[in-house]
Design a protein around this ligand. Structure first.
Ligand code: SAH
Length: 276
């Protein structure tokens, strides 16, 4: 108990246009356009209560105490929704997702929704985080992994529960700084190496990677990332613009890659360059 604290050491993200939500704390404006993966996002004034959040035992003050129970419910839901890998479910159970989002949204942190993290970006919904990690870790645990699009650091933190070395790149400086603070709330934070930069270039100094996860959707797979994959390695990425699919790439040789199209998804766009 007392393990989770709501106070954070870094400045809150700036939302573009403010609307005070029902908690009177978060300001989520119209700046949000694209949502991460099949997201049901809460628009200003719109609230869809779920059983978890309506619990009489649950309010802003006791969220820290109840978060473990809510996380267990999230795990049960993920299991019902087809995530079978117990290693992944266990990793999701270790990370306090409510400490990676704005305090005003913390009570929604364990729903299967993408949530805004500022800078017009979102934290991916738990299901897609679990799905991508399960694909990367199928039949093995890679000794290191590269994530493109660290966002608030949540997926990197979940990965760190399984993978000894997690490299994650974020192109928006404000989010990179937020992620640096957030990951400290997770066990094994020392396994995470966050970089501020353009993820399209990968991380040549640490390559090759046995697994690469891309958390934002491009029209093509970045060539540099394909080259930084080990032979036998796997890259999982959303592809497309209006219509997006998750793809699984396996590098089969020096110049050969296999590509498998998976389910439709919805991610924020992959962009070139950095945003100071
Ligand atoms: N995995 C994140 C999801 C963040 S959303 C989480 O758990 O919160 C996707 C992120 O990809 C955004 O923060 C966006 O800024 C970032 N992004 C988009 N293009 C990028 C690029 N070329 N390099 C690095 N990050 C990128």
């Amino acid at each position: 108990m007392g393990e989770f604290v709501m106070k954070k050491k870094y400045p809150r993200p700036q939302f573009t246009q403010g609307t005070v939500n029902r908690f009177g704390q978060s300001r989520i404006g119209d700046g949000l356009q694209v949502l991460n993966s099949n997201a049901r996002i809460l628009q200003p004034g719109e609230f869809t209560p779920q059983r978890e959040t309506m619990s009489p035992y649950f309010n802003q003050d006791n969220l820290g105490l109840n978060s473990e129970r809510l996380r267990s419910m999230m795990i049960e839901r993920l299991r019902r929704e087809g995530i079978k890998d117990e290693r992944v479910l266990n990793a999701m159970k270790q990370v306090p997702r409510h400490l990676f989002v704005d305090e005003g949204l913390a009570s929604h942190a364990y729903e299967n929704a993408a949530l805004p993290i500022g800078f017009q970006q979102t934290i991916s919904q738990p299901w897609i985080v679990a799905r991508m990690i399960a694909l990367a870790c199928q039949e093995r645990i890679p000794h290191k992994i590269l994530e493109i699009g660290a966002g608030c650091g949540y997926q990197a933190a979940v990965l760190a529960q399984l993978v000894p070395q997690v490299y994650a790149i974020e192109r928006i400086q404000g989010l990179y700084e937020m992620a640096l603070g957030n990951i400290q709330h997770a066990p094994h934070a020392e396994r995470i190496h966050l970089h501020y930069g353009d993820g399209l270039k990968g991380l040549p100094e640490q390559a090759p990677f046995p697994a690469i996860l891309v958390a934002a959707a491009g029209m093509d797979l970045p060539k540099e990332l394909l080259k930084q994959l080990s032979i036998g390695g796997r890259l999982i990425a959303p592809l497309g613009q209006d219509e997006q699919y998750l793809v699984l790439i396996e590098r089969t040789g020096t110049d050969s890659w296999n590509r498998k199209l998976l389910e439709p998804v919805r991610f924020v766009p992959l962009r070139a360059g950095i945003q100071p």
